[in-house]
Design a protein around this ligand. Structure first.
Ligand SMILES: Nc1nc2c(ncn2[C@@H]2O[C@H](COP(=O)(O)OP(=O)(O)OP(=O)(O)O)[C@@H](O)[C@H]2O)c(=O)[nH]1
Ligand SMILES: [Mg+2]
Length: 219
């Protein structure tokens, strides 16, 4: 009997990308910029979204990805930010079909900004496009300055890199020049913005970047 080799991995990525392309096109038609927010557990993804959503001056909504629980959705809803919860029940990243389902089920804003808080993980989310116009990577002063060297893909793919928990920089041994050398070896153009969700540092700069991104893409 003859056997045929089928490259399954390739076809799964192709199907994901095709669906992601459709999500992206639909969001563009609705005039809403979609941002894929990535970062390790506890980096401050939810805190950063909450901090900047009110400063953009456009309707904002969040698709919230977690393995389990709706804690972040409750937090964001309590802050007046319309949020739709996805639980992956084990999967370490969001994929385009899952986001497609959320877009269909959720009343997303027209002419605004949609944040997708990806699963807390510095590896898997960077491998999948989910319909976003831009990827925001959040890392922290408390993670250590070697992260670009150890987790290069997330830094390579990011359109903006947020160094959060900047209020803690005086208390930790974060080497900013080592960090920036690692970032720039992988990514020559993404802005790197220091933020603190504790005291609001950097929030206006990120909000401005989002508005400019939306305009430059014609979304
Ligand atoms: N000092 C300080 N603490 C922060 C900052 N940003 C977030 N935190 C704290 O860090 C913890 C985690 O913040 P979250 O916003 O929940 O982080 P997350 O990335 O959404 O976490 P997961 O959704 O669990 O992956 C919380 O206790 C926040 O209050 C910051 O800029 N400075
Ligand atoms: Mg969160």
């Amino acid at each position: 009997m003859e056997t045929e080799r089928i490259d399954v991995k390739q076809s799964i990525y192709d199907r994901n990308d095709e669906i992601a392309h459709g999500v992206n096109r639909e969001m563009t038609l609705r005039g809403s910029l979609m941002i894929n927010v990535m970062g390790a557990p506890g980096a401050g993804k939810t805190s950063t979204i909450r901090m900047i959503a009110g400063r953009i001056g456009l309707p904002c909504a969040v698709i919230e990805g977690d393995i389990e629980s709706d804690i972040d959705t409750q937090t964001l809803n309590a802050a007046g930010i319309s949020t739709y919860q996805i639980n992956t029940h084990g999967a370490c990243h969001l994929d385009a079909p899952t986001v497609r389902g959320a877009v269909n089920a959720f009343g997303l804003p027209e002419g605004g900004v949609v944040f997708i808080e990806n699963i807390g993980n510095l590896v898997c989310p960077a491998e999948f496009t989910i319909g976003e116009h831009a990827k925001m990577l959040i890392v922290t002063a408390t993670d250590g300055s070697d992260k670009p060297y150890k987790y290069p893909l997330a830094f390579e793919k990011a359109d903006i890199i947020v160094l959060n928990k900047a209020d803690l920089l005086p208390y930790v041994d974060f080497d900013e020049s080592f960090f920036m050398a690692g970032v720039r070896a992988l990514n020559a153009s993404a802005p790197v913005v220091k933020t603190s969700a504790r005291n609001g540092e950097g929030a206006d700069e990120i909000a401005k970047w989002i508005i400019e991104k939306k305009m430059s893409l014609g979304v």
